[in-house]
Design a protein around this ligand. Sequence first.
Ligand SMILES: [Zn+2]
Length: 363
Amino acid sequence: MKLLRAMREPLKYVQGKGALLKFEEEMGYMGQRWLFVCSNSGYKACHDQIEESFGDKDAYRRYEIFGGISSKGEIAKMQKIVEEDNIDAVVAIGGGSAVDTAKATAYYSGKKVVIIPTVAATDAPCTGLSVIYNDDGSFDKYLFYPENPAAVMVDTQVIANAPVKFLIAGMGDALGTYFEGLASIRTESTSLEGTGITRAGLAIAKLCYETLRDYSTQAITACENHVVTPAFENVVEACVYLSGVGADNVNCAAAHSFYNGLTSLGGHSAAHGSCVAFGTLVQLVLEGATQEEFENVQGYCLEVGLPTTLAELGITTDEQIKQIAEAACVPGETIHNLAGDVTPDELYAAIVATDAMGKKVAE
Ligand SMILES: [Zn+2]
């Protein structure tokens, strides 16, 4: 039997300047008792507006400042609070770690989860999975959930107030979505959620890329000045919704495997999205893209300030490249969604070539 096609996304997506002032109005139907799992900066950026949204309603609100990575211990601690305080819904406020902790807490407790991203740096908010890391920061596994978050609420003023480097990283993560999706479709691979790929999923991934091309430069300028413009709204939607829902409903390929390979080095500090952007260039080389196709995407990276050389990712030795190539090709990696498959040797060659082409344009 052919794989069933399926489409997954958050049940509700709300975005705009000042959105948090409508938190209660938009999300209040989920219950009366709330646990907010916050990063330190997320708490500062969002607490007052969320409180204001409740007005004089006597809903129970508990804010927990979360520190570090989404570890089992941290998730168990939050689960205990959900039980003891009889929580109806869990809310994540922050970046990837807070999001993954809240998602896992809600899942294990059988509660709804609302995601409030405070940066647009990754696909984490809209997807139905969490990325789990080992304690040393290396990639462990994807943890899949039976459904995507109940809601995602993005206050674009909060995103505009955050440093622009997060938005640029988000553009890098979003850049991979369409190309990884195309690769997955060519080989009739499953979606990231293990189902057949829908036309809707690919259309979203394509719109993600087009939106990045059309609006990224304007959006960066808006973010540098901490203001919200229509172009900024478009790019935030691309980075948070179109990229997240796109990736979930198509699949990843070489770009994300390159990132996972890089984490195997340990102690890296490059942003996820920066690695995915460079990984997208590597994927194009692997696929035999024409010079024009390659320069199109490389030009975008240069335009917005995403890396086109390994040095920008902190990779300086041949040994490191070999290790990345080995780790990116282990069984189960999404690089195997590429047509004709890829060996560590072939990936090594593509990484070196991509880097060399980046150095040429940097000269
Ligand atoms: Zn990603």
